[in-house]
Design a protein around this ligand. Structure first.
Ligand code: SF4
Length: 351
């Protein structure tokens, strides 16, 4: 579902502000509640992703929505769990976070991009430099919102070791699901315009996923960036590290504030649980860690056992995906290196 469009910020690489503008527009609370009612009448009882570009882009309107949503959710026994995307300045508005949690928002995706302050300034993501990002993530998690986050490598002027710095930040903040990619210049963005002027765009289909090389010439060797990227991706989704982060994150989250009385036990869920226990609790080397952590959750924060296991299960995707990322980036990198050495030979011949 979608409540708003647009975002007030001006990150150089972002196409949202090109497509939808910097003045966030929202639906009315009545309209959104009518849409939720329709889903409810159709029998939907699970999670809903609010696909807003920045859910808190218009804080005044979003608070009006949440104040109307709160009694609606209570009257309907909390039929939905919400997830959404928001800018990190959500951490400075406790009232907003509390309202979200009271409306059964479970998780929020933050565009953190990089812990390197110089890169954030250069890409005009000034909102991430206002406060300590580590403290902001801590505040959000302790308020009861699980954090997912996006990270990017390959900004201009970036110093060697950016991949390791991202891994350290993710470990420190305990973010289980860190989406990671190399920077791409998307069509019509400020970044693309600047790179076009600087004649640094490559004639390569940018792709829009984590398995493609950058589509422009970076300021440090592409090979170094690609290798750091693959290594960091590999390390982030090491099964033991992933289990450890997920465990620490769910301990910090605290117990959920809303407890839905709507429960759906389906064969699909039971099968998923059995598959998870088989793969992570019996087959994999980290099996003892899996059971120790699960016991820890049941002892210290038992009400989150279900979402906790859901995020453990998500690790299966990342474990497979890190191999795909490694293989595909390696193939493209080899092709790029071959092409570059051919170009160098040609230049020498001409000289
Ligand atoms: S905060 Fe997110 S949506 Fe807003 S301009 Fe930056 S990248 Fe785009």
């Amino acid at each position: 579902m979608q409540f708003s469009r647009g975002c007030p910020f001006q990150c150089e690489f972002c196409d949202i502000i090109v497509l939808y503008g910097r003045k966030p527009r929202t639906k009315s609370p009545e309209q959104l509640l009518a849409e939720l009612q329709r889903l409810y009448d159709l029998g939907w009882r699970r999670s809903i992703f609010m696909v807003d570009d920045n859910f808190i882009g218009n804080k005044r309107n979003v608070k009006l929505l949440l104040k109307a949503l709160k009694p609606w959710m209570a009257e309907h026994n909390y039929p939905f769990r919400f997830n959404t995307e928001a800018s990190i300045d959500i951490a400075s508005d406790q009232e907003l976070m509390d309202l979200m949690v009271e409306c059964n928002f479970n998780a929020v995706f933050l565009g953190i991009e990089t812990p390197d302050e110089a890169s954030l300034a250069l890409t005009q993501k000034f909102q991430n430099n206002r406060d300590s990002m580590t403290n902001s993530v801590e505040t959000i998690v302790k308020s009861g919102l699980r954090v997912m986050a996006g990270f990017i490598i390959g900004f201009d002027g970036e110093k060697a070791g950016a991949g390791d710095r991202i891994v350290r930040f993710v470990e420190q903040t305990t973010i289980p699901t860190a989406m990671f990619s190399m920077l791409q210049a998307l069509p019509d963005t400020a970044l693309e315009h600047r790179l076009r002027k600087e004649e640094r765009l490559l004639d390569r289909d940018s792709g829009m996923n984590q398995t493609t090389l950058m589509n422009f010439i970076p300021t440090r060797p592409l090979e170094d960036i690609a290798r750091e990227y693959v290594n960091a991706f590999w390390t982030l989704y090491d099964p033991s590290r992933y289990l450890d982060r997920t465990y620490r994150h769910f301990l910090k989250l605290g117990a959920p504030k809303c407890r839905s009385r709507v429960r759906e036990v389906s064969w699909v869920n039971v099968k998923a649980l059995l598959t998870l226990c088989w793969r992570q609790g019996i087959v994999r080397k980290t099996r003892w860690q899996f059971w120790a952590n699960l016991i820890g959750i049941l002892r210290h924060n038992p009400k989150v056992w279900e979402p906790y296991l859901g995020i453990c299960a998500l690790g299966e995707h990342f474990l497979e995906y890190r191999q795909i990322v490694k293989d595909q980036i390696e193939v493209q990198l080899q092709a790029y290196l071959k092409e570059s050495s051919r170009d160098r030979v040609r230049e020498l011949d001409v000289a």
